[in-house]
Design a protein around this ligand. Structure first.
Ligand code: TRP
Length: 462
């Protein structure tokens, strides 16, 4: 971002700068952790196909809408809706709640990554891969090292994010991630190439890449939609804020294509790294959200030089997770500042405390506070509930409201005009209109109804 003149909103320098900044925050645990385990859970190749189709239609339209709202109003999410229509400001407030609920559990998973980095760097890779992959579960439930250890790594991860924001080095971290992110991609390609030489990997690749229509279920759609929101950072006001920093002359349509293509490509690559090998080692469906932490250590344990590759890999994942966590936390902090009219430091202290409390809840949810409230995924605990409430409930609600707001309150015209403000025609205008006014709201409502029915045990989708 380059500083504008006083009073003017700072803006990104050019389309490429915008795409890189948005992609850097979009790429995170969603791509590396969530996408592979959902793919494994929801039928492999067919999930990938559904995901890609949704990214190109639904995700695309929603991201265009959000960025256009942001650029048109020049405001971040809480105030942007109010600016467009006095009565509907609350949609923005609702969207602003989502990051608040995501950051805590994001930091818990960040803590796991931190731990995996530390163990592999200190020569204990064999611990991570021991007992045929049961370490992750023993670790998070406190059986392996007590409940204190996951808490320490969570606290370190969260504190690092808070400190980065407090002392203002978050921009520096983001710059560093521009070097580390491409390196992460190179590492993923190298490790994947090694995996291809493992005997028995082929069946896993077939599972991942060839869609089996008989595995298509309601869950595939539910999972893929929730993943679109999460991975593309939609329905939480983030893209609105990003849009407010975008220059008028840059093309929204081309930027969105760029961001969504990069984000999807990274997810698919991460899936290729994790899903076939998990399938091969027989973890497939059994490990749910631990997939990344059980299958890769097995690969590293066999790989020549694995003892060096593993810590380097986890370090890069750690950075990708941290840049995303920082942008999420930043969204919470500025949301609090706007909402409660408080200064930055107090807002950061409030957000930090909330993260500590809710994060502790997620950690203890695998131990003493274990609950069966999440019938769809045994053992997902409170972390699973946070994940579900945000991605399968709040975000679809925010998205339906956003669609209805654009389709029927302000109408699609102002958004289309904003997209064309750069001087180029809006090439996917037809798609955009149909998606925003009809397809998205109808599908989202269906998903909400099925999701709720599932939650209350009326159906069993997951
Ligand atoms: N998209 C990020 C990921 O894939 C997670 C995320 C959701 C995020 N919302 C965000 C990151 C807002 C930064 C800002 O991990």
């Amino acid at each position: 971002m380059s500083g504008g003149t006083e009073g003017e909103r700072a803006s990104f320098s050019g389309r490429i700068g915008f795409i890189i900044a948005a992609a850097a925050s979009a790429i995170g645990l969603g791509n590396l952790w969530r996408f592979p385990y959902l793919t494994s859970h929801f039928g492999g190749g067919i999930f990938v196909v559904v995901y890609i189709i949704l990214a190109l239609t639904f995700g695309f339209s929603l991201m265009v809408a959000e960025i256009a709202i942001g650029r048109k109003t020049g405001k971040s999410c809480t105030t942007a809706f109010r600016e467009l229509s006095e009565k509907q400001g609350w949609i923005g407030t609702l969207a602003g709640i989502v990051p608040m609920l995501i950051v805590p559990y994001y930091c818990v998973i960040g803590g796991w990554v931190f731990k995996w980095f530390f163990e592999s760097a200190s020569g204990s890779l064999s611990v991570l891969s021991s007992d045929g992959g049961s370490f992750w579960w023993e670790y998070i439930t406190g059986e392996a090292e007590g409940m204190g250890d996951p808490f320490i790594w969570f606290a370190l991860f969260a504190a690092a994010c808070v400190i980065c924001i407090a002392i203002g080095v978050d921009k520096g971290i983001e710059k560093m991630s521009k070097i580390l992110m491409p390196s992460l991609l190179v590492m993923i390609v190298v490790i994947t190439a090694y995996e291809m030489t493992l005997p028995g990997i082929w069946d896993g690749i077939v599972f991942y890449l060839s869609p089996d229509v008989s595995k298509l279920s309601m869950g595939t759609f539910l999972g893929a939609t929730s993943q679109i929101f999460y991975s593309m950072s939609l329905a939480m006001g983030i893209m609105i804020t990003y849009g407010s920093y975008m220059r008028k002359e840059d093309s929204i349509e081309k930027s969105v294509r760029g961001i969504s293509m990069i984000d999807t490509a990274v997810a698919i690559l991460a899936g290729l790294l994790i899903v076939p090998s998990a399938f091969m080692f027989g973890f497939g469906d059994s490990q749910s959200m631990g997939l990344m932490f059980v299958s890769l250590p097995q690969v590293f344990a066999q790989m020549p030089g694995g003892a060096i590759v593993a810590p380097v890999f986890y370090l890069m994942v750690l950075f990708a997770a941290m840049t995303s966590a920082i942008s999420l936390l930043e969204a919470v902090v500025s949301g609090f500042m706007d909402r409660f009219r408080i200064e930055r430091r107090r807002s950061l202290a409030m957000a930090g405390s909330a993260v500590a409390v809710l994060g502790a809840f997620c950690i203890l949810g695998f131990g003493p506070l274990m609950t069966d409230l999440a019938p769809f995924d045994q053992g997902a605990g409170w972390l699973g509930i946070f994940d579900m409430v945000t991605n399968s409930l709040l975000m679809p609600i925010v998205a339906v409201l956003t669609c209805a707001f654009i389709g029927f309150v302000i109408k699609t015209k102002p958004i289309e005009d904003e997209v064309e403000a750069c001087g180029n025609p809006f090439r996917s205008k037809g798609l955009f209109r149909v998606m925003i006014r009809f397809v998205c709201p109808i599908c989202l409502l269906a998903i909400l109804i099925f999701g709720l029915a599932d939650m209350f045990g009326l159906l069993s989708i997951y």
